[in-house]
Structure formats: C-alpha cells, structure tokens
Design a protein around this ligand. Structure first.
Ligand SMILES: Nc1ncnc2c1ncn2[C@@H]1O[C@H](COP(=O)(O)OP(=O)(O)O)[C@@H](O)[C@H]1O
Ligand code: SF4
Ligand SMILES: [Mg+2]
Length: 418
C-alpha cells in the first residue's frame, strides 16, 4: 500500500476499459407504507428503506454493496431485479428502464438477472432433489431440452459449481451449507444470466468454507463474463472480490469508489469504522490498532435523523467537531460528492484516513480538496431544506446549537447543567 504524501496529489487510479454500463441505477427510492390497523387502513407513515441511491455496474464487474443490517441492501437488490416496484428513480438494464417496463417485456429479461440468497436452505424446496432443483429454472423458462439433453445440462451445471453430478438424486438437507450454496449458484447459472445479485452469499457459511465459494464465484465470473452485485455486511468478505464498493447507511449511499481506492483511503467516518473492524494479518499491528466502535443500532428508517443520517452514531460528530460544524451535520443533508476521481463521499467533514488498514501510515496525508469543509454555520435557508426522503413535509425549522450544548454517548445533543 502506498500512502499519500503530504501536499502532493496522488494520481487517480488508472481507469479500466469499460464501455457502457450494463446496469444504471439512478436516484432509486423505496418507501414501504405503514398502515393503521382496523377496517380503514390509513397510511400513517413510511419506512424509508432506500433513498436516492445511484450506481452503475459494468460488464464483468463486481460491485459490492456494503452496510450493516437494515441499511437497505436487500431492498436495493430486489429493486434492481424488479421484484418490487420502486417508489421513484430508475433501473436501466442494457438500455431498458425496468421501473416502467410491462410484465410481458420483463419476462425475457428475468433470465438475464438472477439472485443467490444468503440462506440456501430456505430458498431450496425440500421436496425436490438436486436434479429437479437445478432443472426447475430451465423448465420454467422453456429451456429444458428434452430428458436426455436436459439431464446433461443439469450434470454440467453441477460439475461447474464443484458438486458431484452423481449426487443429483439427493435432497438439499443431505448436503453441507457450502454445498447447498453451490446448488443455489447452479440454479442461478442455469439460464446463463449476465448479472448475478448475490445477497450475503457466504454470510451463513463457516469462514473456512467462505473462501471456496468466493473462489468459485470468481471462476464462474471469468468463464461466463458475469457482472456481480455482491451484497455483504462485512467489508473483509468483499475486500478481495470487489472492483467497486458502494457503502450504504440507513438507505443512502455514503461512500463509493473503486475498491483499491476505498480501502487505501476511506473518507467517510462510517466506512472508516467498518474498515477498522477488518482484522490485520500482522499480530503486532493488530494489537496496536484502535478499533472505531459504533455505539447503538442503525436508527429506524421510519423517521431518519435530520441532516446527516449517520450523525447519531458518528464518532467525528461526537468527538471532533465544534458546535458550528455540528449545525451542518444536524441540518443539511451531505451530498455524495467527488473527493477524488471516482471516489465520492457524503460527509461535510470528509477526510481521507490512510492509517486504518496500514497502522503507522501518515494520516495527515489528506489531499487539498478534502479540506474543503464548510465554514461558519449554515444559513437559515440551507438549514431549513426539506429532507430528501420526505419533500412533502416541506421546510424544516433550523436546529441551532449553542455553546452550552454537548453530545452524549448516544449521539444526542444535551444542554450542560450549569
Ligand atoms: N416489505 C417491507 N415492508 C416494510 N419494511 C421493510 C420491508 N422490507 C424491508 N423493510 C425495512 O427496510 C429497511 C431495509 O431493509 P433491508 O433492505 O432488508 O436491509 P439490509 O438488507 O441492508 O439488512 C429495514 O428497516 C427493513 O425493516
Ligand atoms: S456529515 Fe457530520 S455527522 Fe455526517 S458523517 Fe460527516 S461528520 Fe459525521
Ligand atoms: Mg439483507
């Protein structure tokens, strides 16, 4: 790992030859309405599960969506596959917007995009043997070419995912977790898709088994020219497979960059905290390093915090900022802005840290554009903008933070007793 030299601009990573993205997600939002009980089920609120999410996936690329449980990763995956309707925004798959397509128009595209679930056991019908399970998607899409040919297709698929084709008459419960996940992957591959959405595909597996499944996925990507949308709550799982990373917090993208770039100098306090949990291979450095602990759980997406959604758990907000700076965090939603070429973060006070995975690296090494923090306090106009997930609620009353206010351990603003 190279560290950034103080005062010198590090050249951006060389762009990879790409062409057009196969998938473009723009300003995607999903609100699940909450209804009252009783006969007249009035809408009483919304779960803001996904809010203004944008990213691209290129051919043969692995884009990893990372964030703690409840951040909206699975919902984003389901929206991409058009399994649920979006509240707003677009999902363009090879030139076609899936949010406006008819179900008839969607049918042939379903083959192109397949999903692998976290829990292979729950997604595999216990009454079907493995041959039937792998043949099922072929049959549904009229691709099962007669008994002899069909059986051959299934045997090939089982061999490709590293399962013994002789075991095709067995049932899912007779296999280990890793083998069951391989059955799930064989099913997803059967229709020769272009994109696989992998929703926590190794999270339910023992660490010793995870590497085998990840290696298999990489081999299959190479062989079939697949694009991956790989969802994980764990940055260490995706470190070696990701080409690009999209970090989500409470329904929003907080940081995105090419993987090398993101791991070299994470800029958002949330990414920095997630990254500080990755174990270091060197035991001496591992002992020296300081974990950035996040207190509390992800807040409810029914009423996300105003301004920056991460502020109730942000160590920088609690420990490093003064009250004028905190007014930006509590009032103004930080935009996802380019900090380097192809490196964006949504934090008013973003600053790259180079010391998290490389203990002892020079953390003062922050390129100039990252020091463009807002000065003074936000104006009334800036501080009263409606929240992006609820524009219908209109302008907000600015929250002003006087000098006698401090932040407690829960990230709450409290007035000091005199
Ligand atoms: N069908 C649904 N109805 C209401 N709320 C939902 C539904 N699906 C997900 N949610 C909520 O949306 C938020 C994001 O969920 P999810 O996308 O599953 O997150 P993740 O996969 O990152 O754990 C959570 O608060 C979850 O409870
Ligand atoms: S905008 Fe403020 S609260 Fe949000 S991540 Fe940055 S420093 Fe923390
Ligand atoms: Mg999930």
């Amino acid at each position: 790992m190279t560290t950034v030299e103080l005062g010198k601009q590090t050249p951006p990573p060389a762009p990879r030859p790409k062409g057009e993205p196969v998938l473009s997600v723009r300003n995607l939002a999903k609100h699940f309405p909450i209804r009252s009980k009783g006969l007249i089920r009035r809408k009483v609120g919304d779960v803001h599960a996904v809010c203004d999410v944008s990213f691209d996936i290129y051919d043969r690329e692995t884009v990893c969506i990372v964030g703690e449980s409840g951040c909206g990763k699975t919902t984003t995956g389901r929206l991409v596959l058009n399994l649920i309707p979006a509240s707003s925004g677009s999902v363009v798959w090879r030139g076609q917007d899936l949010t406006t397509i008819s179900s008839r128009g969607m049918r042939p595209l379903r083959r192109d995009m397949q999903i692998v679930f976290q829990d292979p056991f729950a997604s595999l019908d216990p009454r079907m043997n493995v041959n039937e399970l792998v043949a099922e998607p072929l049959r549904i899409h009229g691709q099962y070419r007669g008994e002899n040919k069909g059986r051959e297709q299934v045997r090939d698929l089982l061999a490709q995912v590293g399962l013994n084709p002789e075991h095709g008459s067995r049932y899912a419960h007779e296999f280990s977790g890793g083998q069951r996940q391989r059955i799930g992957i064989a099913r997803a591959l059967a229709l020769k898709p272009r994109l696989l959405v992998l929703d926590e595909p190794v999270s339910a597996l023992d660490v010793s088994i995870q590497a085998g499944v990840i290696n298999l996925l990489e081999d299959l990507q190479e062989e079939y020219g697949l694009a991956f949308m790989f969802i994980s709550h764990d940055l260490s799982v995706i470190r070696h497979i990701a080409d690009r990373v999209v970090v989500m917090y409470l329904g929003k993208v907080v940081e995105t960059a090419e993987a090398d770039e993101l791991f070299r100098r994470p800029s958002h306090p949330y990414t920095q905290a997630l990254m500080s949990a990755i174990p270091l291979p060197d035991p001496v450095k591992e002992r020296e390093r300081k974990r950035i602990l996040l207190t509390g759980d992800v807040p409810s997406p029914v009423s996300p915090p105003s301004g920056c959604r991460f502020r109730t758990r942000c160590p920088k907000f609690a420990n490093e900022l003064d009250n004028a700076q905190r007014e930006w965090c509590v009032n103004v939603e930080p935009a996802l802005e380019a900090k380097f070429t192809a490196h964006e973060a949504a934090c008013h006070f973003a600053s790259a840290r180079t010391d998290i995975l490389e203990v002892g690296a020079d953390m003062r090494a922050v390129p100039a554009e990252l020091a463009q923090w807002p000065t003074g306090r936000p104006s009334d106009e800036q501080a009263s903008q409606p929240m992006s997930c609820a524009p219908e609620d209109g302008a907000r009353e600015p929250i002003r933070i006087s000098d006698d206010v401090t932040v407690d351990a829960e990230g709450e603003l409290v007035v000091e007793e005199s």
